[in-house]
Ligand binder design. Structure first.
Ligand code: NAD
Length: 483
Protein backbone atom coordinates (compact mmCIF):
# COMPACT_ATOMS: atom_id res chain seq x y z
CA UNK A 1 0.00 0.00 0.00
CA UNK A 2 1.67 3.28 -1.08
CA UNK A 3 1.96 5.76 1.80
CA UNK A 4 -0.10 8.92 1.57
CA UNK A 5 -0.22 8.80 -2.19
CA UNK A 6 -3.50 10.56 -2.84
CA UNK A 7 -2.51 14.02 -1.58
CA UNK A 8 -4.88 16.38 0.20
CA UNK A 9 -8.55 16.18 -0.81
CA UNK A 10 -10.05 19.07 -2.77
CA UNK A 11 -13.51 20.60 -2.74
CA UNK A 12 -16.41 18.86 -4.52
CA UNK A 13 -17.24 21.47 -7.20
CA UNK A 14 -14.50 21.37 -9.79
CA UNK A 15 -14.14 22.18 -13.46
CA UNK A 16 -13.14 19.49 -15.94
CA UNK A 17 -9.58 20.86 -15.98
CA UNK A 18 -9.27 20.60 -12.20
CA UNK A 19 -10.56 17.01 -12.21
CA UNK A 20 -8.06 16.11 -14.90
CA UNK A 21 -5.23 17.71 -12.89
CA UNK A 22 -6.30 15.81 -9.75
CA UNK A 23 -6.58 12.53 -11.65
CA UNK A 24 -3.11 12.83 -13.18
CA UNK A 25 -1.54 14.03 -9.94
CA UNK A 26 -2.97 11.07 -7.99
CA UNK A 27 -1.95 8.63 -10.72
CA UNK A 28 1.61 10.00 -10.80
CA UNK A 29 1.95 9.93 -7.01
CA UNK A 30 0.86 6.29 -6.85
CA UNK A 31 3.27 5.44 -9.67
CA UNK A 32 6.08 7.30 -7.94
CA UNK A 33 5.73 5.38 -4.68
CA UNK A 34 5.18 2.07 -6.47
CA UNK A 35 8.43 2.47 -8.40
CA UNK A 36 10.76 3.98 -5.80
CA UNK A 37 13.71 4.06 -6.13
CA UNK A 38 13.76 5.30 -9.74
CA UNK A 39 16.77 3.69 -11.37
CA UNK A 40 19.37 5.08 -13.74
CA UNK A 41 18.18 3.10 -16.75
CA UNK A 42 14.58 4.27 -16.44
CA UNK A 43 15.75 7.89 -16.29
CA UNK A 44 17.99 7.47 -19.36
CA UNK A 45 15.06 5.88 -21.17
CA UNK A 46 12.90 8.91 -20.35
CA UNK A 47 15.58 11.30 -21.64
CA UNK A 48 15.89 9.25 -24.85
CA UNK A 49 12.12 9.44 -25.30
CA UNK A 50 12.23 13.25 -25.04
CA UNK A 51 15.06 13.47 -27.59
CA UNK A 52 13.25 11.12 -29.97
CA UNK A 53 9.91 12.88 -29.75
CA UNK A 54 11.53 16.22 -30.60
CA UNK A 55 13.56 14.75 -33.46
CA UNK A 56 10.64 12.83 -34.94
CA UNK A 57 8.20 15.75 -34.70
CA UNK A 58 10.62 18.61 -35.39
CA UNK A 59 8.74 19.88 -38.46
CA UNK A 60 5.33 19.71 -36.78
CA UNK A 61 6.71 21.57 -33.76
CA UNK A 62 8.26 24.28 -35.94
CA UNK A 63 5.00 24.66 -37.90
CA UNK A 64 2.87 24.83 -34.73
CA UNK A 65 5.07 27.50 -33.13
CA UNK A 66 5.01 29.42 -36.41
CA UNK A 67 1.21 29.27 -36.56
CA UNK A 68 0.87 30.38 -32.93
CA UNK A 69 3.10 33.41 -33.49
CA UNK A 70 1.72 34.40 -36.89
CA UNK A 71 5.33 34.18 -37.98
CA UNK A 72 8.21 32.71 -36.00
CA UNK A 73 11.54 32.64 -37.84
CA UNK A 74 12.22 28.97 -38.61
CA UNK A 75 15.87 29.17 -37.57
CA UNK A 76 14.90 30.81 -34.26
CA UNK A 77 12.58 27.88 -33.50
CA UNK A 78 15.16 25.36 -34.70
CA UNK A 79 17.73 26.90 -32.33
CA UNK A 80 15.71 27.95 -29.30
CA UNK A 81 13.10 25.17 -29.13
CA UNK A 82 14.73 22.18 -30.84
CA UNK A 83 18.52 22.45 -30.53
CA UNK A 84 18.65 23.91 -27.02
CA UNK A 85 16.18 21.32 -25.69
CA UNK A 86 17.96 18.36 -27.26
CA UNK A 87 21.26 19.76 -25.94
CA UNK A 88 19.78 19.89 -22.41
CA UNK A 89 18.63 16.25 -22.64
CA UNK A 90 21.97 15.04 -24.04
CA UNK A 91 23.89 16.96 -21.37
CA UNK A 92 21.72 15.33 -18.68
CA UNK A 93 22.31 11.89 -20.21
CA UNK A 94 26.07 12.44 -20.29
CA UNK A 95 26.29 13.48 -16.64
CA UNK A 96 23.41 11.61 -15.00
CA UNK A 97 25.45 8.76 -13.55
CA UNK A 98 27.76 11.21 -11.84
CA UNK A 99 24.88 13.41 -10.60
CA UNK A 100 23.10 10.39 -9.09
CA UNK A 101 26.11 9.30 -7.05
CA UNK A 102 26.10 9.72 -3.30
CA UNK A 103 28.25 12.78 -2.65
CA UNK A 104 31.12 12.63 -0.18
CA UNK A 105 31.03 15.30 2.49
CA UNK A 106 33.82 15.92 5.02
CA UNK A 107 33.35 14.61 8.58
CA UNK A 108 34.89 16.49 11.55
CA UNK A 109 37.95 14.81 13.06
CA UNK A 110 36.27 14.05 16.40
CA UNK A 111 33.39 12.26 14.61
CA UNK A 112 35.65 10.00 12.53
CA UNK A 113 35.67 7.23 11.43
CA UNK A 114 31.97 7.97 10.81
CA UNK A 115 31.04 9.21 7.30
CA UNK A 116 28.81 11.98 5.94
CA UNK A 117 27.13 11.61 2.58
CA UNK A 118 24.52 13.44 0.52
CA UNK A 119 22.02 11.14 -1.14
CA UNK A 120 20.14 12.73 -4.10
CA UNK A 121 16.54 11.49 -4.15
CA UNK A 122 13.63 12.36 -6.42
CA UNK A 123 10.97 14.54 -4.79
CA UNK A 124 7.87 12.87 -6.27
CA UNK A 125 5.55 14.72 -8.65
CA UNK A 126 6.81 17.96 -10.21
CA UNK A 127 4.54 20.59 -11.81
CA UNK A 128 5.77 22.87 -14.59
CA UNK A 129 3.92 26.00 -15.74
CA UNK A 130 5.29 27.32 -19.06
CA UNK A 131 4.96 30.68 -20.83
CA UNK A 132 4.33 31.30 -24.55
CA UNK A 133 7.57 32.94 -25.66
CA UNK A 134 9.62 29.73 -25.98
CA UNK A 135 6.73 27.31 -25.59
CA UNK A 136 8.65 24.08 -26.23
CA UNK A 137 11.98 24.79 -24.57
CA UNK A 138 10.44 26.25 -21.42
CA UNK A 139 8.07 23.29 -21.05
CA UNK A 140 10.55 20.51 -21.89
CA UNK A 141 13.85 21.76 -20.40
CA UNK A 142 12.48 21.82 -16.84
CA UNK A 143 10.82 18.44 -17.57
CA UNK A 144 14.20 17.05 -18.64
CA UNK A 145 15.71 18.14 -15.31
CA UNK A 146 12.74 16.76 -13.34
CA UNK A 147 12.82 13.39 -15.14
CA UNK A 148 16.61 13.15 -14.86
CA UNK A 149 16.16 13.58 -11.11
CA UNK A 150 13.71 10.64 -11.15
CA UNK A 151 10.41 12.49 -10.71
CA UNK A 152 7.01 12.18 -12.32
CA UNK A 153 6.12 15.37 -14.16
CA UNK A 154 3.07 17.36 -15.27
CA UNK A 155 3.29 20.32 -17.68
CA UNK A 156 0.82 23.21 -18.15
CA UNK A 157 1.66 25.09 -21.38
CA UNK A 158 0.50 28.65 -22.11
CA UNK A 159 -2.94 29.25 -23.61
CA UNK A 160 -1.35 31.86 -25.92
CA UNK A 161 0.36 29.08 -27.91
CA UNK A 162 -2.57 26.63 -28.18
CA UNK A 163 -1.35 24.73 -31.26
CA UNK A 164 2.05 24.10 -29.70
CA UNK A 165 0.35 23.09 -26.44
CA UNK A 166 -1.85 20.56 -28.24
CA UNK A 167 1.09 19.11 -30.18
CA UNK A 168 3.11 18.76 -26.98
CA UNK A 169 0.18 17.00 -25.35
CA UNK A 170 -0.22 14.62 -28.29
CA UNK A 171 3.43 13.70 -28.82
CA UNK A 172 4.14 13.35 -25.11
CA UNK A 173 1.09 11.06 -24.76
CA UNK A 174 2.47 8.96 -27.63
CA UNK A 175 5.95 8.69 -26.10
CA UNK A 176 5.19 8.44 -22.36
CA UNK A 177 2.81 6.73 -20.05
CA UNK A 178 0.80 9.53 -18.44
CA UNK A 179 1.93 8.31 -15.02
CA UNK A 180 5.45 9.50 -15.98
CA UNK A 181 4.96 12.67 -18.04
CA UNK A 182 1.67 14.35 -18.92
CA UNK A 183 0.43 17.66 -20.32
CA UNK A 184 -2.64 19.56 -19.12
CA UNK A 185 -3.83 22.31 -21.45
CA UNK A 186 -6.08 25.22 -20.54
CA UNK A 187 -6.19 28.91 -19.69
CA UNK A 188 -5.68 30.96 -16.56
CA UNK A 189 -8.23 28.93 -14.54
CA UNK A 190 -6.36 25.73 -15.35
CA UNK A 191 -3.15 27.52 -14.35
CA UNK A 192 -4.71 28.51 -11.02
CA UNK A 193 -5.90 24.96 -10.33
CA UNK A 194 -2.49 23.65 -11.36
CA UNK A 195 -0.67 26.04 -9.00
CA UNK A 196 -2.98 24.95 -6.15
CA UNK A 197 -2.09 21.26 -6.63
CA UNK A 198 0.11 19.89 -3.83
CA UNK A 199 3.08 19.08 -6.07
CA UNK A 200 6.36 18.09 -4.49
CA UNK A 201 7.95 20.96 -6.44
CA UNK A 202 6.50 23.56 -8.80
CA UNK A 203 8.55 25.37 -11.44
CA UNK A 204 6.86 28.42 -12.91
CA UNK A 205 8.21 30.43 -15.85
CA UNK A 206 6.38 33.66 -16.57
CA UNK A 207 5.82 37.21 -15.43
CA UNK A 208 6.72 38.51 -11.98
CA UNK A 209 3.07 39.48 -11.29
CA UNK A 210 1.71 35.98 -12.01
CA UNK A 211 4.74 34.43 -10.29
CA UNK A 212 3.71 36.12 -7.04
CA UNK A 213 0.21 34.60 -7.32
CA UNK A 214 1.66 31.18 -8.10
CA UNK A 215 3.97 31.40 -5.07
CA UNK A 216 1.00 32.28 -2.85
CA UNK A 217 -1.07 29.36 -4.16
CA UNK A 218 1.86 26.97 -3.70
CA UNK A 219 2.54 28.27 -0.18
CA UNK A 220 -0.88 26.97 0.94
CA UNK A 221 0.49 23.44 0.38
CA UNK A 222 4.06 24.34 1.38
CA UNK A 223 5.01 23.31 -2.14
CA UNK A 224 8.54 24.54 -2.85
CA UNK A 225 8.75 26.74 -5.95
CA UNK A 226 11.30 27.70 -8.54
CA UNK A 227 10.19 30.98 -10.10
CA UNK A 228 11.77 31.84 -13.45
CA UNK A 229 10.51 35.38 -13.91
CA UNK A 230 11.22 38.42 -16.07
CA UNK A 231 12.15 42.04 -15.58
CA UNK A 232 14.25 44.74 -17.15
CA UNK A 233 17.71 43.43 -18.11
CA UNK A 234 20.22 46.29 -18.46
CA UNK A 235 23.01 46.53 -21.03
CA UNK A 236 25.95 48.73 -20.09
CA UNK A 237 28.20 49.94 -22.89
CA UNK A 238 31.47 50.99 -21.29
CA UNK A 239 33.65 53.81 -22.61
CA UNK A 240 36.17 51.12 -23.57
CA UNK A 241 33.72 49.15 -25.75
CA UNK A 242 33.99 48.40 -29.46
CA UNK A 243 30.68 50.04 -30.35
CA UNK A 244 30.12 48.31 -33.72
CA UNK A 245 30.66 44.86 -32.25
CA UNK A 246 28.49 45.65 -29.20
CA UNK A 247 25.75 46.99 -31.49
CA UNK A 248 25.61 43.74 -33.49
CA UNK A 249 25.29 41.66 -30.31
CA UNK A 250 22.63 43.99 -28.92
CA UNK A 251 20.59 44.02 -32.14
CA UNK A 252 20.79 40.23 -32.24
CA UNK A 253 19.74 39.80 -28.58
CA UNK A 254 16.99 42.40 -28.85
CA UNK A 255 15.49 41.23 -32.13
CA UNK A 256 15.71 37.45 -31.69
CA UNK A 257 12.05 36.43 -31.35
CA UNK A 258 11.26 40.16 -31.83
CA UNK A 259 12.46 40.95 -28.33
CA UNK A 260 10.05 38.49 -26.69
CA UNK A 261 12.80 36.90 -24.64
CA UNK A 262 13.08 37.03 -20.84
CA UNK A 263 16.81 37.83 -21.12
CA UNK A 264 16.57 40.27 -24.06
CA UNK A 265 18.43 43.54 -23.38
CA UNK A 266 15.61 45.73 -22.04
CA UNK A 267 17.48 49.06 -22.08
CA UNK A 268 20.93 50.44 -22.89
CA UNK A 269 23.15 52.58 -20.68
CA UNK A 270 25.81 54.32 -22.80
CA UNK A 271 28.22 57.21 -22.13
CA UNK A 272 26.53 60.54 -23.04
CA UNK A 273 29.39 61.40 -25.37
CA UNK A 274 28.81 58.20 -27.41
CA UNK A 275 25.02 58.03 -27.39
CA UNK A 276 24.54 59.03 -31.05
CA UNK A 277 27.20 56.60 -32.27
CA UNK A 278 25.64 53.80 -30.24
CA UNK A 279 22.16 54.49 -31.62
CA UNK A 280 23.42 54.66 -35.23
CA UNK A 281 25.43 51.47 -34.84
CA UNK A 282 22.49 49.50 -33.36
CA UNK A 283 20.13 50.83 -36.07
CA UNK A 284 22.62 49.86 -38.81
CA UNK A 285 23.08 46.39 -37.36
CA UNK A 286 19.30 45.90 -37.17
CA UNK A 287 18.82 47.04 -40.79
CA UNK A 288 21.53 44.67 -41.97
CA UNK A 289 19.96 41.74 -40.12
CA UNK A 290 16.42 42.45 -41.35
CA UNK A 291 16.35 44.74 -44.41
CA UNK A 292 12.64 44.02 -45.07
CA UNK A 293 10.82 43.19 -41.88
CA UNK A 294 7.35 43.12 -43.49
CA UNK A 295 8.19 40.51 -46.06
CA UNK A 296 10.95 38.43 -44.48
CA UNK A 297 10.00 35.31 -42.60
CA UNK A 298 13.29 35.66 -40.66
CA UNK A 299 11.81 38.31 -38.36
CA UNK A 300 9.31 37.00 -35.83
CA UNK A 301 5.88 38.44 -35.10
CA UNK A 302 4.49 39.79 -31.87
CA UNK A 303 2.51 36.96 -30.29
CA UNK A 304 -0.97 38.54 -30.10
CA UNK A 305 -3.02 41.62 -30.97
CA UNK A 306 -3.11 42.53 -27.27
CA UNK A 307 0.69 42.48 -26.95
CA UNK A 308 1.06 44.34 -30.26
CA UNK A 309 -1.33 47.05 -29.02
CA UNK A 310 0.55 47.20 -25.68
CA UNK A 311 3.88 47.79 -27.46
CA UNK A 312 2.37 50.36 -29.84
CA UNK A 313 0.89 52.22 -26.86
CA UNK A 314 4.34 52.33 -25.21
CA UNK A 315 5.84 53.93 -28.35
CA UNK A 316 2.90 56.34 -28.71
CA UNK A 317 3.31 57.42 -25.10
CA UNK A 318 7.03 58.12 -25.68
CA UNK A 319 6.26 60.04 -28.89
CA UNK A 320 3.54 62.10 -27.18
CA UNK A 321 6.01 62.95 -24.41
CA UNK A 322 8.34 64.41 -27.05
CA UNK A 323 11.05 61.74 -26.72
CA UNK A 324 13.44 61.27 -29.64
CA UNK A 325 12.59 58.04 -31.46
CA UNK A 326 14.74 56.17 -33.99
CA UNK A 327 13.15 53.32 -35.94
CA UNK A 328 15.35 50.82 -37.75
CA UNK A 329 13.13 50.04 -40.73
CA UNK A 330 9.40 50.31 -40.87
CA UNK A 331 6.52 47.91 -40.89
CA UNK A 332 2.92 48.15 -41.96
CA UNK A 333 1.08 48.73 -38.68
CA UNK A 334 -1.89 46.78 -40.03
CA UNK A 335 0.27 43.86 -41.06
CA UNK A 336 -1.63 40.67 -40.23
CA UNK A 337 1.56 39.16 -38.81
CA UNK A 338 2.10 41.94 -36.22
CA UNK A 339 5.68 42.86 -37.16
CA UNK A 340 7.27 45.76 -35.29
CA UNK A 341 10.66 47.29 -36.20
CA UNK A 342 13.39 48.00 -33.70
CA UNK A 343 12.27 51.26 -32.09
CA UNK A 344 14.87 53.08 -30.01
CA UNK A 345 13.78 55.81 -27.60
CA UNK A 346 16.66 58.14 -26.75
CA UNK A 347 17.08 59.43 -23.19
CA UNK A 348 13.38 59.00 -22.36
CA UNK A 349 11.75 60.68 -19.35
CA UNK A 350 11.64 58.33 -16.35
CA UNK A 351 7.84 58.61 -16.16
CA UNK A 352 7.28 56.57 -19.33
CA UNK A 353 5.97 52.99 -19.29
CA UNK A 354 9.10 51.78 -21.14
CA UNK A 355 11.15 52.94 -18.15
CA UNK A 356 9.22 50.96 -15.56
CA UNK A 357 7.63 47.86 -17.13
CA UNK A 358 9.39 44.93 -18.79
CA UNK A 359 9.24 45.77 -22.51
CA UNK A 360 9.21 42.24 -23.99
CA UNK A 361 9.30 43.48 -27.59
CA UNK A 362 11.56 45.38 -30.01
CA UNK A 363 11.51 48.74 -28.19
CA UNK A 364 14.86 49.82 -26.79
CA UNK A 365 15.37 52.82 -24.47
CA UNK A 366 18.93 54.19 -24.80
CA UNK A 367 19.92 56.13 -21.70
CA UNK A 368 23.02 58.33 -21.34
CA UNK A 369 25.31 58.22 -18.30
CA UNK A 370 28.13 60.55 -17.21
CA UNK A 371 30.21 58.20 -15.05
CA UNK A 372 30.59 54.47 -14.54
CA UNK A 373 29.27 54.83 -11.01
CA UNK A 374 26.13 56.51 -12.37
CA UNK A 375 25.47 53.48 -14.59
CA UNK A 376 25.96 51.10 -11.64
CA UNK A 377 23.67 53.22 -9.44
CA UNK A 378 20.98 53.22 -12.13
CA UNK A 379 20.95 49.42 -12.15
CA UNK A 380 20.98 49.21 -8.36
CA UNK A 381 18.08 51.66 -8.02
CA UNK A 382 15.81 49.24 -9.89
CA UNK A 383 14.58 45.70 -9.27
CA UNK A 384 17.27 43.05 -9.51
CA UNK A 385 17.35 41.96 -13.15
CA UNK A 386 17.37 38.48 -14.63
CA UNK A 387 20.35 39.28 -16.88
CA UNK A 388 22.93 42.03 -17.26
CA UNK A 389 25.14 42.70 -20.26
CA UNK A 390 28.42 44.58 -20.19
CA UNK A 391 30.46 45.59 -23.21
CA UNK A 392 34.03 46.88 -22.97
CA UNK A 393 37.72 46.08 -22.78
CA UNK A 394 38.59 47.75 -19.44
CA UNK A 395 38.79 44.80 -17.04
CA UNK A 396 38.75 47.00 -13.90
CA UNK A 397 35.51 48.63 -15.04
CA UNK A 398 34.09 45.21 -15.92
CA UNK A 399 34.91 43.77 -12.50
CA UNK A 400 33.42 46.80 -10.75
CA UNK A 401 30.11 46.17 -12.52
CA UNK A 402 30.25 42.43 -11.81
CA UNK A 403 30.99 43.01 -8.13
CA UNK A 404 28.65 45.95 -7.48
CA UNK A 405 25.48 44.87 -9.29
CA UNK A 406 23.26 41.88 -8.55
CA UNK A 407 21.53 40.06 -11.41
CA UNK A 408 20.51 36.48 -12.15
CA UNK A 409 23.34 36.09 -14.68
CA UNK A 410 25.71 38.09 -16.86
CA UNK A 411 27.14 37.85 -20.35
CA UNK A 412 30.25 39.95 -20.94
CA UNK A 413 30.74 41.28 -24.49
CA UNK A 414 27.68 39.57 -25.93
CA UNK A 415 23.99 39.07 -25.12
CA UNK A 416 22.02 36.02 -23.91
CA UNK A 417 24.83 33.46 -24.25
CA UNK A 418 25.11 32.64 -20.52
CA UNK A 419 21.63 31.10 -20.76
CA UNK A 420 22.82 28.53 -23.30
CA UNK A 421 25.49 27.13 -20.94
CA UNK A 422 24.20 23.93 -19.36
CA UNK A 423 27.05 24.12 -16.83
CA UNK A 424 25.82 27.50 -15.52
CA UNK A 425 22.71 27.53 -13.31
CA UNK A 426 19.98 29.71 -14.86
CA UNK A 427 17.64 31.72 -12.66
CA UNK A 428 16.83 35.15 -11.32
CA UNK A 429 17.32 36.96 -8.06
CA UNK A 430 14.92 39.24 -6.18
CA UNK A 431 11.98 40.18 -8.43
CA UNK A 432 13.47 38.26 -11.36
CA UNK A 433 13.09 34.89 -9.69
CA UNK A 434 13.78 32.30 -7.03
CA UNK A 435 15.97 29.24 -7.59
CA UNK A 436 17.62 27.97 -10.74
CA UNK A 437 17.84 25.05 -13.16
CA UNK A 438 19.79 23.86 -16.25
CA UNK A 439 22.31 21.06 -16.04
CA UNK A 440 23.32 19.88 -12.58
CA UNK A 441 21.53 22.84 -10.96
CA UNK A 442 18.28 21.51 -12.46
CA UNK A 443 18.97 18.01 -11.19
CA UNK A 444 19.53 19.39 -7.69
CA UNK A 445 16.46 21.65 -7.86
CA UNK A 446 14.27 18.60 -8.45
CA UNK A 447 16.10 16.34 -5.98
CA UNK A 448 16.05 16.13 -2.23
CA UNK A 449 19.72 16.17 -1.25
CA UNK A 450 19.27 13.91 1.75
CA UNK A 451 21.88 14.21 4.52
CA UNK A 452 23.02 10.83 5.76
CA UNK A 453 25.40 10.20 8.68
CA UNK A 454 26.93 6.70 8.83
CA UNK A 455 28.07 6.05 12.41
CA UNK A 456 31.11 3.86 12.99
CA UNK A 457 31.23 1.14 15.60
CA UNK A 458 34.45 2.81 16.75
CA UNK A 459 32.65 6.08 17.43
CA UNK A 460 34.21 8.27 20.07
CA UNK A 461 30.95 10.17 20.59
CA UNK A 462 29.92 7.46 23.07
CA UNK A 463 32.10 9.47 25.45
CA UNK A 464 29.28 12.05 25.52
CA UNK A 465 26.74 9.60 26.91
CA UNK A 466 25.69 9.75 30.57
CA UNK A 467 26.47 9.22 33.36
CA UNK A 468 28.62 12.37 33.02
CA UNK A 469 31.99 12.05 34.71
CA UNK A 470 35.37 13.71 34.62
CA UNK A 471 36.06 11.65 31.48
CA UNK A 472 33.22 13.49 29.75
CA UNK A 473 34.83 16.82 30.71
CA UNK A 474 38.18 15.62 29.37
CA UNK A 475 36.58 14.56 26.12
CA UNK A 476 34.87 17.97 25.78
CA UNK A 477 38.19 19.79 26.39
CA UNK A 478 39.83 17.62 23.74
CA UNK A 479 37.05 18.35 21.18
CA UNK A 480 37.27 22.09 21.94
CA UNK A 481 40.96 21.99 21.03
CA UNK A 482 40.50 20.25 17.68
CA UNK A 483 37.35 21.92 16.32
P1 NAD B 1 2.41 34.84 -17.70
O1 NAD B 1 2.90 35.04 -16.33
O2 NAD B 1 1.28 35.67 -18.19
O3 NAD B 1 1.94 33.32 -17.92
C1 NAD B 1 2.79 32.21 -17.68
C2 NAD B 1 1.97 30.97 -17.46
O4 NAD B 1 1.20 31.13 -16.27
C3 NAD B 1 0.98 30.61 -18.56
O5 NAD B 1 0.97 29.21 -18.75
C4 NAD B 1 -0.37 31.04 -17.97
O6 NAD B 1 -1.46 30.30 -18.44
C5 NAD B 1 -0.16 30.77 -16.50
N1 NAD B 1 -0.98 31.58 -15.59
C6 NAD B 1 -1.56 32.77 -15.81
N2 NAD B 1 -2.19 33.20 -14.68
C7 NAD B 1 -1.99 32.24 -13.75
C8 NAD B 1 -2.38 32.10 -12.38
N3 NAD B 1 -3.09 33.03 -11.75
N4 NAD B 1 -1.98 30.98 -11.71
C9 NAD B 1 -1.22 30.04 -12.32
N5 NAD B 1 -0.84 30.12 -13.62
C10 NAD B 1 -1.22 31.21 -14.32
O7 NAD B 1 3.70 35.00 -18.63
P2 NAD B 1 3.78 34.99 -20.20
O8 NAD B 1 3.13 36.20 -20.75
O9 NAD B 1 3.35 33.66 -20.73
O10 NAD B 1 5.37 35.06 -20.40
C11 NAD B 1 6.07 36.25 -20.42
C12 NAD B 1 6.79 36.50 -19.11
O11 NAD B 1 7.58 35.38 -18.77
C13 NAD B 1 7.79 37.65 -19.19
O12 NAD B 1 7.71 38.40 -18.00
C14 NAD B 1 9.12 36.97 -19.30
O13 NAD B 1 10.21 37.74 -18.86
C15 NAD B 1 8.91 35.77 -18.46
N6 NAD B 1 9.82 34.71 -18.85
C16 NAD B 1 10.79 34.32 -17.98
C17 NAD B 1 11.69 33.34 -18.36
C18 NAD B 1 12.77 32.86 -17.44
O14 NAD B 1 13.34 31.80 -17.73
N7 NAD B 1 13.12 33.56 -16.38
C19 NAD B 1 11.58 32.74 -19.61
C20 NAD B 1 10.57 33.16 -20.45
C21 NAD B 1 9.68 34.14 -20.06
Amino acid sequence: MPPDSSGPTHSASKSFGENEIDRLFTLQRHAFFANTPSDYRARIDNLNRIIRLIEVHEDRIINAVNADFGNRARIETAVSEILVTIAAAKHAKRHLKHWMHKRRVATPLYMKPAKCRLLPQPLGVVGIIAPWNYPVQLALSPAIAALAAGNRTMIKPSELTPRTGEILKEIIAEAFDESTLAVVTGGVETGQAFASTPFDHLLFTGSTAVGMRVAQAAAKNLTPVTLELGGKSPTIIDDSADIESAARSIAFGKLFNAGQTCVAPDYILAPHSKLDRVVDAIANAARKFYPEIDTTTDYSSIISDRHFARLKALVDEARDAGAKIVEAGSANALHPQRKMPLTMVIDPPTTLGIMSEEIFGPILPVIGYSSRQEAISYVNNHDRPLALYWFGEDKTARDQVLERTISGGVTVNDTMMHVAQENLPFGGVGKSGIGAYHGEAGFETFSHMKSVFYQSRFASTGALQPPYTSKTDKFLSFVKKII
